[in-house]
Design a protein around this ligand. Structure first.
Ligand code: HOC
Length: 370
């Protein structure tokens, strides 16, 4: 009988056996000493839960809306580059599993399937599950505009702008491996633009050099306002860890904010995402929806994030582990595990629907008696 993973940690263990060392390191690594990477996970444990008893939880509803778009569970797949390193169907397999489960998907600009190929998953099946497009404000603003237009035309429902990457964080495992894509794999959305030819010098990853040139360390809030003027899609700003930045993002047009430290891949030593959540939620109030990514591995983590005020969460690496282990079916199973765990966690907390999840579920010092 084949081994069936019970949880996301077992998926990670299995995935290490089916990925090349270079791909595994690229997906798994964080910046420098990987302190933030570890903290993202560890920080959840300090939020202790105060379950409610004797509530009728026989009928449970996990459905919600983000930006007025329907989700069967409060979950989206985080944007992650180069998914064909995990499985030849790459982002198409991920999108198919997500759409079938009613889970949102954020496609990375650095995908290995095109914007249009991934959009076709929803068009062809007539599934209404939202797909969003992630992008950086590239130094080449013409390229940025072209990507926005393609995403809009293809039917993506929001633009998710990464704002925590003025330069690329230093991931030493990638440097050691001289990370490069296999020759038959491409940056599918960029390849046909401006005759992209990624140079590969001895001892250096041409891909990193190319991408470093794409990033613009001079980007400011004014560029976000420019982006907002380009098309009618709602802007989601991803990579916020402070109340003042959250407010600035809303003032610049953001309709949703993703509290995130880029999976610990940018500034090492940055606070865990979950530790920034309450501050951001308080600061934006009902002016924008707040989402969270970073370290979600259990249904109880989703419950905690929602209790702290998130509308939904994004999950990254575990999806890649599912993809590496069993392609679309693996991603579907990872989503299913999270759905089931959230469902049980809600029942055990006395919450029959997401609206019942509030800050009273969290223990704080005021509850400690004498
Ligand atoms: C070789 C280029 O945001 C990530 C992404 C993008 C990295 C580009 C690397 O993996 O954190």
């Amino acid at each position: 009988k084949s081994f069936q993973p019970l949880n996301l940690f077992e998926y990670e263990q299995l995935a290490t056996k089916s990925l090349s060392q270079m791909a595994l390191d690229y997906y798994a690594s964080g910046a420098w000493d990987e302190v933030t990477l570890r903290d993202n996970r560890a920080a959840f444990e300090k939020f202790k839960l105060r379950p409610r008893s004797l509530v009728d939880v026989s009928q449970r509803n996990l459905a919600t809306e983000v930006l007025a778009q329907p989700l069967q569970i409060p979950l989206l797949i985080a944007p992650m580059a180069f998914q064909c390193l995990a499985n030849p169907q790459g982002e198409v397999a991920t999108a198919t599993a997500a759409a079938s489960a009613g889970v949102g998907m954020v496609l990375s600009t650095l995908s290995t399937k095109t914007i249009e190929e991934v959009a076709a998953v929803c068009h062809d099946t007539n599934l209404q599950t939202p797909q969003w497009f992630q992008l950086y404000i590239h130094k080449d603003r013409g390229l940025t505009r072209a990507l926005v237009e393609r995403a809009y035309t293809a039917g993506y429902k929001a633009l998710c702008i990464t704002v925590d990457a003025p330069v690329l964080g230093r991931r030493e495992r990638d440097k050691r491996n001289e990370f490069a894509l296999p020759p038959d794999m491409q940056l599918a959305n960029l390849t046909n633009l401006s005759g992209l030819n990624i140079p590969q010098k001895q001892g250096e990853s041409g891909l990193f050099t190319y991408f470093a040139q794409q990033l613009d360390p001079a980007v400011t809030w004014q560029d976000l306002e420019w982006l907002e003027s380009l098309c009618p899609l709602p802007l989601v700003v991803k990579g916020i860890l402070r109340a003042d930045d959250a407010v600035r993002a809303v003032e610049s047009g953001a309709k949703a904010i993703v509290v995130s430290n880029h999976g610990g891949r940018q500034l090492d030593g940055a606070i865990a995402s979950i530790d920034a959540l309450a501050e951001v939620v308080d600061a934006v109030g009902d002016r924008a929806e707040v989402l969270l990514d970073g370290g979600i591995r259990r249904g109880t983590d989703i419950l905690r994030a929602l209790a702290l005020g998130a509308k939904a969460v994004l999950v990254g690496r575990p999806v890649l582990w599912g993809l590496a282990v069993a392609g679309e079916a693996g991603v579907a199973h990872v989503i299913d595990i999270l759905r089931d765990e959230l469902d049980v966690a809600m029942a055990l907390s006395g919450c029959a629907s997401l609206e019942k999840i509030d800050s009273s579920l969290l223990f704080s010092e005021k509850h400690r008696s004498r």
